[in-house]
Design a protein around this ligand. Sequence first.
Ligand code: SR1
Ligand code: MG
Ligand code: MG
Ligand code: MG
Length: 397
Amino acid sequence: MTAPQPLNDQEIRAFVCRHTDVFQDQQMLQVEEISDGNINFVYRVSDGQNSVILKQALPYIRIIGEGWPLPVDRIRIEAQALGFFNMCSPNSSPEVLHFERSQHVILMEDIGDYHNLRHVLIRGDKPTSIGSQLGQFLAMLHYTSSDFLLDSIAKKCMVASYLNPQLCSISEEVYFLDPFCDHERNNVSQGVRSMAQALWQDDELKLGVTQLRYQFMNDAQVLLHGDLHTGSVFVTQSAFKVIDPEFAFYGPAGFDLGVLLANLLLSYASQVGKSHVAQRDETQAYLIDQIEQLVNSYFGEFDALLQAKINDPVLQQQGFDTLFLAGVRESAMGFAGIEMTRRTIGIAHVADLDEIEDDERKTLAEMLSLTLAASLIKQRTKLTTTADLAALIKDCQ
Ligand code: SR1
Ligand code: MG
Ligand code: MG
Ligand code: MG
């Protein structure tokens, strides 16, 4: 039996015209494949004036093929999550124009004016207030999907509608298991091999990783994006859109915050690859500012939302809100360390580090990433303010 294939250009043109009224003439449409992530096929369809994005899931991982099967239900979850994000925070994600369950296809708004935040940061551009915008977005998403807002039954129905077992299982392996042992899927450069070997022997670190993995597997607190790295955020100088929530599920609130924080820190570590010291210092100062904005706006906004709901049964016991947010902060610091480790020595690297041309500088950047990561995991209970976090980052330099 032959495996399901990606739609061809003619099928894509026909599909788009059948399910939207954006275009006049099917024959005029240009189809361009723009797949960038690891998992799905993505196309831009344009008539030169208007355009839409078509995303198709096949029952396997795109970059690997049939050797790594993956259920197509992930695209139903993605369509549902994009709708939920826009409901919580209007215009925070591309609008879903059509979802076709039988063909595992989403048609969505083309956000062509927005640019991939990872590439923006690699270029050295500095979008203003992206940290605080994303902190507010995440706080709103997490609060709106939690037991703080939803009643008990509605929340449990939400958890059930975002069960995403196979994608969660991938994350359990590629974040929490592979990078912390000598796994064949890892991609460890020679320059940090001895550091990697040391962390594979570090029982204090691995106990922290195990605790965080257990939280990831069991704490169905809030709806998570589930893969919120800087390549899942598109920006202009002053606005953002969050894309690609196929890993969405109900998990610990600190996970999304930690992954995003980690990707800003990976950008920070990658600055070591720059030979121009003043430029490096300026970009690192910008990134620290965005990190502080992200963490402060997330906790400030979440706290404000909780205070407004103070009569809620979950919050009636005085002090619970403070304990809850402290727990989220602690786990976010740990998850950040996990994401940095896996992006440095695991299967899925980031361009921020991989594109450093000078080998010695690349090694120094990877070493800084691993040092920061281990400190975040081991010291997560002590990082109770953004000043503590900023001090830890400085100490690791
Ligand atoms: C084998 S899949 C590796 C990664 O790609 C996705 O974008 C997620 O980040 C996943 O962990
Ligand atoms: Mg992606
Ligand atoms: Mg993806
Ligand atoms: Mg209080």
